[in-house]
Ligand binder design. Sequence first.
Ligand SMILES: [Fe+2]
Length: 541
Amino acid sequence: MGFNGVIVVGLHLLFLISMVLANTSKIPTTLEGPFKPVTVPLDNSFRGHAIDLLDTDPRVQRTVTGFEPEQISVSLSSTHDSVWISWITGEFQIGNNIKPFNPEAVASVVHYGRLKSGLTHQATGHSLIYSQLYPFEGLQNYTSGIIHHVRLTGLQPNKVYYYQCGDPSIPAMSDVFYFKTMPVSGPMNYPKRIAIVGDLGLTYNTTSTVSHLTSNQPDLVLLVGDVTYANLYLTNGTGSDCYSCSFSQTPIHETYQPRWDYWGRFMQPLLSKVPIMVVEGNHEIEEQTGNLTFAAYSSRFAFPSEESQSSSTFYYSFNVGGIHFIMLGGYIAYNKSADQYKWLERDLANVDRKVTPWLVATWHPPWYSSYKAHYREAECMKVAMEELLYKYGVDLVFNGHVHAYERSNRVYNYTLDPCGPVYITVGDGGNREKMAIPHADEPGNCPDPSTTPDSYMGGFCAYNFTSGPAAGKFCWDRQPDFSAYRETSFGHGILEVKNETHALWTWHRNQDMYNIAGDQIYIVRQPDRCPVERKQMEEFQ
Ligand SMILES: [Fe+2]
């Protein structure tokens, strides 16, 4: 080996050593916080302009015939022993003279079992259709295929189940799929990985996000609102990145409901196997005639509402091993007198932290975000609910809505607090609207307070800060102390709860390899330092 060869080998060795050191570098924990705020400069290597998949894309085509099932998905019930299987039969109709299907015409049956060759159990469920009606000159109406939801019960924890869904009498049954149940609830039992994503849409960036997310092998997917962005389209299928900019004259905010079917078809390979839990975003409002809203959202997904004593598809709860998840609605009433608030009080009071030490809440519009987009838009919801969540010691909050990534320090009432939740915004799933890039604390970017409320959320609550470094102002003049890390990029997150005190959170950017961490931290609970109002405390007294 010559002198040059020695240098090359030496450089390779140095590279390998640096890689090993990088991989073993210590992952920070929230115990070391609060952290000094970090803003990662914009990395222009991401594909900024997200373009929707065309309706000719093979991945959104209907590949079944007659009443064979399509758009098959799995969702969780409130405990490990039960799941929902959902699917659609019959093609949607769009036009002026559409006749809705009779949902009873096709049965809702699931055959399932522990062995692929022995689907010996059978469950039956219910079916429904929904229509999206626009009685205006020139607009088209939509009516869905038949949507089926079947709840399987009596399942064992941590086990693979095979299933086939459909109507055996036609016969029109699906292929055989499989899913894995969640672990039984308990302080040492957790699924390995939970993927968390928001504002997904159905663009070429969405496909990248879903591909990366799938490669990270999640046991469960949490979608924190804004699903298909069908409301960026007119009923004739013409779309825009900004509905109000392009279609300001329409008599009602139109939608193109086939985008929901495209999304269901695109997602089936993942969701027929990995359960998904969804909470509504503003893009699911989708108003139609008769002031009806949320028809697609409420009809297409199965929710453990009844199982969690909620009477609504907009808020519900469920257990995943030692985690109690609470899904909240930002676009329905949330004040103290509202049904949602009363349900939340009851649900929180019933959480036994000896069984589910982790309490994780999600809803769509973030309370703690320092981006200009949607800045302090959800302030009234924050005013109404923050104290209750704090009182019961919510550990973690996930939001979407803002098309970027941000992780907070532990915070309560805009003040750093070691017992407050960590707030994480992951509205970076890849939809066709623009990314959020400007920050409200940059010169000239602080919005006028009167422009910040969202009419669907109601009220005005975002007044100037009364204390802290931004006292007397509406925006900070630097990255706020509550904001630990912010970066604008498409991506998704993975939550790995390890035990009753430690959970590893990793944010993955689409422009990196799927397993590379963009942001990573151990979220650490301190139950001794942060006692919470909980059932067992009352029982001791
Ligand atoms: Fe949103």
